[in-house]
Design a protein around this ligand. Sequence first.
Ligand code: HEC
Ligand code: HEC
Ligand code: HEC
Ligand code: HEC
Ligand code: HEC
Ligand code: HEC
Ligand code: HEC
Ligand code: HEC
Ligand code: HEC
Ligand code: HEC
Ligand code: HEC
Length: 474
Amino acid sequence: MAKKDDTMKRRILLYAAGSLLVVGTALLLGACGELKSDLPAPGTQKGIHDIGWNDPASTAFHGNVLKQTQYDTETCVICHAKAFTGGTSGQSCFTCHESYPHKPGWADTTSAQSHGNYLRLNMGTLAGCAKCHGTDYAGGTSGTSCYTCHGSYPHKTGWAGAVPASSHGGYLAQTNWKLSECAGCHGKDFKGGTSGVSCFTCHASYPHANEFQLAGGHQFYLYQHGYPLAQCKTCHGATYDGGTVVSVSCMAAGCHVDAGGVKKSPEACNTCHGQFRAVASDRISPAPPKGVLGDSLATSRSVGAHREHLASGTLGKDVKCVECHAVPPQTAAGGHIDTKLPAEVAFNDTLARLASAAGTFQPSPSYNATTQQCSNTYCHGNWKATKATAPVSYQYAYTDSVMMGANNSPVWTAGGVGAACSSCHSLPPTGHLTFPLASCVNCHQGVVNGAGDIIDKSKHINGKVNVFNTERDF
Ligand code: HEC
Ligand code: HEC
Ligand code: HEC
Ligand code: HEC
Ligand code: HEC
Ligand code: HEC
Ligand code: HEC
Ligand code: HEC
Ligand code: HEC
Ligand code: HEC
Ligand code: HEC
């Protein structure tokens, strides 16, 4: 209050004195010359206040009068009471404007009488504020803009929409996502705070601050929430390269780019699965697939014996993913990321289900996710070779009408146990003439060497009988 309007103050005080006298006697009033000269001319006064005192269009309007004194209400309290609830005047200020005069603590957010608390308890009364602070809340007659303290509240028309010029997204883009401003009312966790409006009701993944910072980062968040990628796209763009409002690309420096710095989609297979290389219609991996939650130890079921099967095994040919899984043609394909771990293991290719005994013995392989064991696969020894269907010149090797594998049920995470030489078939198999390991090379040359090592992976566990440099179907 730089300067008070002393004239006005004196006038009101004089009215106060005068009115007391009027109540008593008109004579006294007449006797008081000085006082009288200060009183309004006849016809200009209604009740105790000037005519126009209650007319916003009038210069004598109490709002205008108070405005000149920078809202010094010191004199009003004499008759309207300190709390403006009426006092001797019997006229409460609050009958006409519920929230004005603003109570002590109105601008102190720690106070129970803060305007925030008031509004929360009286939601829907923002229109009342508009009367003095302007319908645009930029000041109005009061000259005090709501936006000087909270740049974004009251929220404007279109705030909840998606049109950047008016939306909260557009506003935030301009402030470089200064969320601290929103946190004041929507809570530090953005779950509502004092405003009661949670950001997550409309976009479950934004603001990122909380859940994205948990161990594992956003990839863990994504997994846990069933990969809501469609939602990410609403802000980060249909191709993840930045949206119209959120110019944050997923393919920025260091993120979702290949080793050469070239952009690739977050939906590239190797984003979640480690190194991939496309081979014909299927994919095989030269490195162990990285577990989708980041595990890299062979003792984890995510990694298990992938490497041995896919590339670096010493026993047999490289196995494609499709041998053990339904391979999604693209990330969004059904049955892929819409289901949780463990992965579905299905034997979709020919090897695990290879029929033997001249086509009469059909294995039905299966995988038990609880024991993590494969059972009844051709590969691990669920096969039969029948003497009757063998070439006559080879039938001497049979000690029985049939030779058969050991039908092993290896545990996925048991390390090399399932790959030990005699685990899938005895050396030699049941029903075969007995020979020492060192002599297999004599007849199965090209497959094994004298030390009993497999020397050509393409001839072992390949679904064919390889003997004497010949190859035939089972
Ligand atoms: C001397 C006592 C007194 C003082 C001082 C006083 N008022 Fe009043 N006021 C009254 C009384 C009594 C009424 C009841 C109606 C009437 O008689 O005008 C009233 C009524 C009002 C009304 C309602 C007018 C209407 O027409 O309904 C307003 C607005 C008002 N006062 C505002 C103020 C403001 C603002 C101040 C301080 C700048 C103030 N008053 C100072 C006594 C006073
Ligand atoms: C009758 C007019 C009027 C109404 C209605 C009104 N205000 Fe005010 N408000 C003012 C004036 C005048 C000022 C500046 C002088 C003062 O503090 O009294 C002000 C100041 C404020 C301030 C700043 C206080 C400070 O100490 O800096 C806030 C906050 C505020 N008003 C919020 C509100 C809210 C919220 C509402 C609605 C619930 C509201 N006002 C309704 C007239 C009004
Ligand atoms: C009879 C109704 C009535 C009463 C009682 C009343 N006012 Fe008002 N006052 C209004 C109206 C109408 C406005 C114009 C704004 C609006 O429409 O709310 C207003 C506006 C004001 C403003 C102008 C704020 C600005 O934007 O510059 C002030 C200050 C004010 N009143 C103070 C008081 C005080 C102090 C009291 C009590 C002593 C009081 N009024 C009692 C009706 C009233
Ligand atoms: C009433 C629903 C709703 C609430 C509540 C909500 N938003 Fe939004 N938000 C949207 C809509 C609609 C979009 C437009 C993009 C879209 O379609 O998802 C959006 C987009 C955004 C954007 C991105 C810019 C854009 O427009 O693409 C940001 C940033 C954002 N909101 C932040 C927040 C924050 C912070 C909160 C909580 C303080 C919040 N939102 C609460 C509906 C909401
Ligand atoms: C001063 C308090 C306050 C601040 C600061 C604030 N809000 Fe709000 N917000 C609210 C309140 C209260 C509501 C409930 C409805 C209303 O009054 O508009 C709300 C509602 C919303 C809504 C839903 C609107 C609708 O129509 O459903 C969105 C979206 C929103 N706020 C976003 C934001 C964003 C983004 C920020 C930060 C830039 C922010 N708010 C800052 C108090 C605030
Ligand atoms: C003098 C500064 C100031 C002015 C002016 C001001 N506010 Fe506030 N207001 C605050 C602060 C500080 C908070 C606490 C929240 C925050 O930190 O943003 C707050 C909180 C609120 C809240 C609380 C919402 C909730 O969730 O509890 C509402 C609603 C609100 N203001 C409305 C208004 C309106 C409407 C106006 C204008 C009529 C206004 N404010 C003017 C400082 C101000
Ligand atoms: C409502 C809009 C919105 C949605 C929906 C959204 N984002 Fe964002 N995202 C942003 C904005 C704005 C930024 C930059 C500023 C920030 O982090 O607040 C960002 C930044 C990021 C960042 C880099 C910063 C960080 O926090 O790590 C990642 C990663 C990210 N988003 C991933 C995602 C993913 C994944 C999804 C889908 C689950 C998603 N976003 C959904 C708006 C959104
Ligand atoms: C020899 C059979 C086999 C082959 C070939 C195979 N997998 Fe697996 N895969 C499994 C088994 C068994 C599990 C473990 C299932 C469990 O957790 O119970 C598994 C688990 C997975 C998982 C889930 C674990 C995680 O956290 O990532 C993914 C993804 C996966 N495989 C992808 C692939 C891909 C891609 C390929 C081809 C590059 C492939 N697999 C090849 C048998 C195989
Ligand atoms: C956004 C991460 C993500 C991307 C990108 C992704 N995957 Fe997966 N993938 C997973 C998750 C998570 C699982 C485990 C889901 C389950 O158990 O069903 C999985 C499982 C698999 C499996 C095992 C079978 C299954 O459904 O469980 C194969 C095979 C596979 N993915 C291949 C691919 C191929 C090929 C691509 C590229 C076209 C690809 N993935 C892209 C996350 C991803
Ligand atoms: C993972 C299971 C498995 C393991 C472990 C395994 N084999 Fe075999 N082996 C087979 C299957 C299945 C056949 C049947 C023919 C085929 O598909 O190649 C076979 C056939 C053979 C044959 C006959 C030649 C042929 O390929 O037709 C020889 C010799 C042989 N294995 C030697 C070995 C030796 C030596 C080891 C240890 C270094 C070994 N096997 C370990 C599965 C296995
Ligand atoms: C004297 C030659 C000879 C020796 C030595 C020999 N095998 Fe065989 N093996 C055969 C013949 C012949 C067959 C029958 C091929 C057929 O039915 O077409 C056979 C069949 C097999 C089969 C089943 C069919 C196939 O090829 O997968 C396996 C497995 C096998 N031998 C493994 C071994 C192993 C392991 C050793 C060394 C411990 C060994 N054999 C030593 C001659 C031999």
